[in-house]
Write a protein that binds this ligand. Structure first.
Ligand SMILES: [Zn+2]
Length: 278
């Protein structure tokens, strides 16, 4: 597995983004007068430590802490590299390290699972953080890509880090732990703060503007709405792809359909045979 952290580039005054591999994840740095805050920590403790060092070289001020946008390995597994500093995440994140998928991710990365650290400070809804004299807000707008997504808002720069609630490098990542029905309203929390000048930094891919954010929100909502419609009309999972109109590519849709059907079934919505019209 090839680990690397690309050059930090400015996206606004004192706000920088670098891409970390192997997952192509956006790492943010918000620089204040006396310290800087890191957004997402990379895929291993060593990568987290590298990000911490690079953030200090970049800004010339000490890192005061890091925020983790959600529990997936590419955002969380660098936390141990920030030892001695506060690291913030939604309250669901620490326990997620015990999930079997989290252990599988460590094994695939070649990272010793026991070397990982959980974030030191958690919250349920929102926190205001001091990024070395600069105000940063972290907000959980509800479940979406995971059960504990947080957006990181830099009001004076009009920048919002969206985590994987939004992505511009491809379709959003619909893992088994996502919440399809609730996802659009979590994105609405972000879009409600966005102006025509806002820079939205997605979890993966280049910065997005308001229109791109609204478009992807509509696509996520459209996907779920289409499945709900098909289920309501008695269309079985095996026939769903051909029967529907989809906002994403075939591979993405086929991968997410079983999950969408399962999430609807959990609400008691299953395809029932339709009576033929007389
Ligand atoms: Zn993710």
């Amino acid at each position: 597995m090839q680990f690397s952290v690309d050059t930090f580039v400015p996206v606004a005054d004192g706000v920088f983004v670098a891409v970390a591999e192997p997952a192509g994840v956006n790492i943010g740095v918000v620089a204040g007068p006396s310290g800087c805050l890191v957004v997402d920590t990379g895929s291993s403790p060593a990568q987290g430590a590298e990000i911490r060092l690079r953030a200090e070289e970049l800004t010339g001020v000490p890192v005061v802490g890091a925020v983790v946008t959600h529990w997936h390995y590419d955002h969380l597994y660098g936390v141990a590299g920030f030892a001695g500093l506060p690291t913030w995440a939604h309250e669901t994140v620490p326990a997620s390290l015990d999930r079997p998928e989290a252990r599988r991710a460590s094994a695939a990365l070649g990272v010793e699972h026991g070397s990982l650290a959980a974030p030191s400070d958690t919250f349920s809804l929102a926190r205001v953080l001091d990024a070395g004299g600069r105000r940063v807000e972290v907000v959980h707008f509800g479940r979406g890509h995971t059960d504990g997504d947080v957006a990181v808002i830099v009001p004076d720069a009009d920048v919002i880090f969206a985590g994987d609630l939004l992505e511009s490098s491809g379709p959003p990542s619909f893992g088994d732990d996502c919440h399809l029905k609730e996802w659009p309203s979590a994105v609405d929390g972000i879009l409600g703060l966005v102006t025509e000048h806002t820079v939205i930094v997605p979890g993966h891919g280049r910065p997005m503007d308001r229109l791109a954010g609204f478009t992807q929100r509509a696509e996520i909502s459209g996907l779920y709405g289409q499945v709900e419609y098909l289920v309501g009309h008695g269309v079985k999972l095996t026939e769903a792809y051909e029967a529907g109109e989809w906002p994403f590519d075939e591979a993405t849709v086929r991968a997410v359909l079983p999950l969408a059907y399962a999430q609807l079934a959990a609400e008691g919505k299953v395809p029932r045979p339709q009576l033929p019209l007389a």
